[in-house]
Design a protein around this ligand. Structure first.
Ligand code: NAD
Length: 491
């Protein structure tokens, strides 16, 4: 997989905007460059949409909505199924593209392609299962008919950390439900969405159903769409501060919203845990995606009696990781997405150390090119330190200790976020008890990774609103309509 393959693949990526089934330049003629975070080199430039292009994309989505919603559910499902087959057949191309623009090691990128494709398969099956109900009114004088209808044109905004999966997790249920859409991909990683949109066309998606507008000016470009009364839904995945602003903007238009926001996952290890399993779980929960995941373990809350042994074993595993460009066959930790992210990670580590934490391993950036950071473990981190309350989004594991179960619960819940909590214990009842007390949308019980297209993904508190995947995922794109049927023959 050399330079030639990279160049050949990049040559296949559409670089225009996709509006009403046609790829074309931005109205302004502007383009922006996409960088390889492992080298700092520009991979490709893509069209840079402005408000005028965004409005043309919404026009196309609005024009296609009525006919698209009348396409039979089975046909919508079969388009998704074909897209699943096409993405799966091109797993190597998608994986390489993800690695090039986002940085993760190829093996992980293949994992993302499999996970991302799974939403296409899952929702191809769900497209035909949006049934309603029919019942007699309690007074027996009328009938109630309840049906589900597509919400209508949607704006989908995705982050850079999972360039394929975050797009399919929204596009697949929207297609299944019969909605049209405008996708604003992340400006740091638009290429995967570009190739994926071409695959959706090849799978038979009609013109105007999926419109794609990469842009370097997210706010000004999408702002007018959020105000437009023809838009019916905003689905956003990204940081909590941006999500909050978008929610406020969406309120003006009373839009349906789905918000998948930031996380601050606690990783709790009890004294009765299978320690080797906990260390293996910790490694993936922390280092998958270089720690750049909303579900990444952000705080390790470990029982005092085993904290030293846990830190030692965890550090030994971390030291076997190989930090290199994701295309390197032995790479297990790629670069962070940009210089700003790497500097923020180092700032959090420096702040924790200044407040009394000790570095067990790592603790520094790697010399460039690229934005690499050494996998790091910190012990003795004080409560109240920034690294425990902010999303680290890097390969850094701060460890704090507890002695009583109630203390573990208190520490875990002492955050504005509520996406995921991970618990390692061999006591089944304790595991269930923890689930009952933890304020998160998802729990990993002896599991470091929980993502699954068949499961409802999402958070509570400031981690967001709504669920993606599972039986719940399609509901985000449907509204309920009730018809009262009077019976004139009732006495
Ligand atoms: P971000 O909030 O900076 O950007 C997310 C998307 O919003 C990007 O496409 C960006 O261009 C766009 N955006 C930014 N400002 C905007 C504006 N004013 N109007 C419209 N769009 C705007 O987040 P990011 O750095 O791309 O992603 C990392 C964040 O995403 C982390 O906080 C992470 O936890 C979160 N995330 C959450 C989930 C989840 O499912 N809960 C999944 C992945 C990532």
């Amino acid at each position: 997989m050399g330079i030639t393959h990279e160049a050949e693949l990049l040559a296949q990526v559409p670089t225009g905007l996709l509006i009403n089934g046609r790829w074309g330049p931005a109205a302004s003629g502007k383009v922006f460059g996409v960088e390889d975070p492992a080298t700092g080199r520009t991979l490709l430039s893509v069209a840079d949409a402005g408000p005028e292009d965004a409005m043309a994309a919404l026009d196309a989505a609005v024009a296609a909505q009525n006919s698209w919603s009348r396409v039979a559910p089975r046909e919508r499902g079969e388009i998704l199924r074909r897209a699943f087959e096409l993405v799966t057949a091109r797993i190597e191309d998608f994986a390489l593209l993800i690695t090039l623009e986002m940085g993760k090691p190829l093996a992980e990128a293949r994992g993302e392609v499999a996970y991302g494709a799974e939403f296409l398969r899952w929702f191809s099956e769900e497209a035909v299962r949006t049934s309603g109900r029919y019942s007699l009114s309690p007074d027996g004088k009328s009938r109630l008919l309840v049906t589900k209808k597509p919400v209508g044109p949607c704006l989908l905004i995705t982050p850079w950390n999972f360039p394929l999966a975050m797009a399919t997790r929204k596009i697949a249920p929207a297609v299944a439900a019969g909605c049209t859409m405008v996708l604003k991909s992340a400006n740091l990683t638009p290429l995967t969405s570009q190739l994926f949109a071409a695959v959706m066309q090849e799978a038979g998606l009609p013109a105007g159903v999926l419109n794609v507008i990469p842009t370097s000016t997210a706010g000004p470009t999408t702002g007018p769409l959020i105000k437009d009364p023809r838009l019916r839904k905003l689905s956003f995945t990204g940081s909590t501060p941006v999500g909050r602003n978008l929610l406020a903007a969406a309120a003006g238009n009373v839009l349906r919203t789905s918000m998948e926001l930031g996380g601050n996952a606690p990783f709790i290890v009890f004294e009765d845990a299978d320690l080797d399993a906990a260390v293996d779980g910790a490694l993936v929960a922390k280092l998958r995606n270089m720690g750049e995941a909303c579900t990444a373990a952000n705080r390790f809350i470990v029982h005092k009696s085993i904290a030293g042994e846990f830190a030692g074993k965890f550090a030994a595993k971390m030291n076997t990781m190989i930090t290199a460009r994701g295309t390197h066959p032995e790479s297990t930790v790629g670069p962070l997405i940009d210089a700003r992210s790497r500097d923020k990670v180092h700032e959090l580590v420096t702040d924790a150390v200044a407040s009394g934490a000790s570095v067990v391993t790592g603790g520094a950036p790697v010399e460039g090119p690229g934005y690499f950071y050494r996998p790091t473990i910190l012990t003795g981190v004080r409560e109240g330190t920034r690294i425990l309350s902010e999303e680290i989004f890097g390969p850094v594991a701060p460890i704090i200790t507890f002695t009583k179960e109630a203390e573990a619960v208190r520490l875990a819940n002492s955050t504005e976020y509520g996406l995921l909590a991970i618990v390692f214990t061999t006591d089944f009842n304790r595991g269930l008890r923890m689930g009952e007390q933890l304020e998160t949308g998802m729990i990993g019980l002896n599991a470091g990774i929980i993502s699954n297209a068949a499961a409802p993904f999402g958070g509570v508190k400031q981690s967001g609103l709504g669920r993606e995947g599972g039986l719940e995922g399609i509901e985000e794109y449907l509204y309920t309509q009730y018809t009262a049927i009077a019976d004139p023959h009732t006495d």
